[in-house]
Design a binder for this molecule. Structure first.
Ligand code: 13P
Length: 251
């Protein structure tokens, strides 16, 4: 997969069914097709209906916010990749910091989920990022490198080429405190160098690396203008069609 500009909206646990469909209708009607991809990571119960709404908008893709690593079976409350595929999901967010923190997802478990998503033929959006105390201790680069190494660096070069990475510093998520364009660029460059060191320069250059954490219309242009920032994974500002369209148009 070649490097792309991407605006991905992570709705998290927001919007009831009708509200979610209204948002999707607004996005399908307003956002113009461009070279950038728009990805909507809706709650599970919205996926099928949102997929129907966006089916003629070829720039909009459907994502799940999580999946189970096993194919099927007695896992009450979980959702399989086969189910997600059957309703048109193409991307799966993995390892969001909220899943790591509240649902205890480890780097090892995420490696299993990455494998399962790739085997299903879908695209993982792999999240990484450090807490504030790690940033303050100036160990954030090593911390993120370890997340990537333990969950992704077992992959073949061909499989790694199918991954999208989202760098989301936890201190910037939902706080209104955005990483400065330089902080985002510095970490994205580090991530690209890690990939080049493990694989090669072409694989690193082809990888789409998104920034997440208080992205809004007012800062998207500057963030997305950084050479190693290929787009955003957006929470709060993806819940309003006008704001998310403005972010999508920031490339
Ligand atoms: P906010 O944009 O609300 O800070 O959330 C970022 C995020 O966690 C996206 O996955």
């Amino acid at each position: 997969m070649s490097r792309k500009n991407i605006a991905a909206g992570n709705w998290k646990m927001n919007k009831n069914y009708e509200e979610g469909l209204e948002l999707a209708r607004g996005l399908a009607a307003k956002s113009v097709g461009s070279n950038a991809l728009m990805i909507l990571a809706t709650p599970f119960i919205h996926l099928k209906a949102v997929g129907d709404i966006i089916k003629d908008a070829s720039h909009i893709h459907l994502a799940a916010q999580n999946c189970h690593q096993n194919a099927s079976g007695a896992y009450t409350g979980e959702t399989s990749l086969d189910m997600l595929k059957s309703v048109g999901v193409s991307h799966v967010i993995l390892g969001h910091s909220e899943r790591r923190e509240y649902f205890h997802e480890s780097n090892e478990l995420l490696a299993e989920k990455v494998n399962a998503v790739l085997e299903a033929g879908l695209t993982p959006i792999f999240c990484c990022g450090e807490r504030l105390d790690i940033r303050e201790a100036d160990t954030h680069v090593a911390y993120v490198a370890n997340q990537i190494k333990e969950s992704l660096f077992h992959l073949s070069e061909a499989d790694f080429g199918k991954i999208i990475i989202a760098y989301e510093p936890i201190w910037a998520i939902g706080t209104g405190v955005t990483a400065s364009p330089k902080q985002a660029q510095d970490m994205h460059r580090e991530i690209r160098q890690m990939i080049a060191g493990k694989y090669n320069a072409a694989t690193a250059d082809n990888c789409s690396i998104l920034y997440g954490g208080s992205v809004k219309p007012a800062n998207a242009v500057e963030l997305f203008g950084q050479p190693d920032v290929d787009g955003g994974l957006v929470g709060g500002a993806s819940l309003k069609a006008d704001d998310f369209c403005a972010i999508y148009e920031a490339f």
